[in-house]
Design a binder for this molecule. Structure first.
Ligand code: HEC
Length: 106
């Protein structure tokens, strides 16, 4: 009986965490995008560091894709140095908010 209860609680915790991670707030992102618009706000912009990169367009991307990409930079699975440094400073809530903002942008 006790085991069933524990499993039920664990499941509930998973569900809540899942819902929380998925809930981005585009309004809240407006105070955070100042870190991004220098590069991602300009169509066809290229950054010159550490070599010349095309900055990908993130406006209109699927929010889950944006969160996945940011998490991958944070974990070091993606290696671009600037994006890694930026993603390291973002919380999961920041990522969800930014994803909601950019995912909803045209
Ligand atoms: C200094 C310029 C710069 C800044 C500032 C910057 N980015 Fe980036 N971003 C890039 C570049 C360049 C890439 C492509 C890197 C690569 O090839 O992995 C990239 C890639 C990404 C990707 C992956 C896109 C894809 O299609 O795979 C996401 C998502 C992203 N940035 C989000 C953000 C967010 C959100 C912010 C602000 C918190 C931000 N970036 C700030 C330059 C920047």
């Amino acid at each position: 009986m006790q085991a069933t209860k524990t499993i039920a609680l664990a499941l509930l915790a998973c569900l809540c965490a899942g819902v929380q991670a998925a809930e981005g707030n585009a309004e809240a992102a407006k105070g955070k995008i100042s870190m991004c618009i220098g590069c991602h706000g300009i169509p066809d912009y290229k950054t010159a560091f550490p070599s010349v990169y095309n900055v990908p367009k993130i406006g209109g991307q699927h929010p889950q894709y944006i969160v996945a990409a940011l998490s991958a930079y944070k974990r070091g699975e993606r290696s671009h140095p600037t994006m890694r440094a930026i993603a390291e400073s973002l919380s999961e809530q920041d990522m969800a908010d930014l994803a909601a903002y950019y995912g909803g942008a045209k």
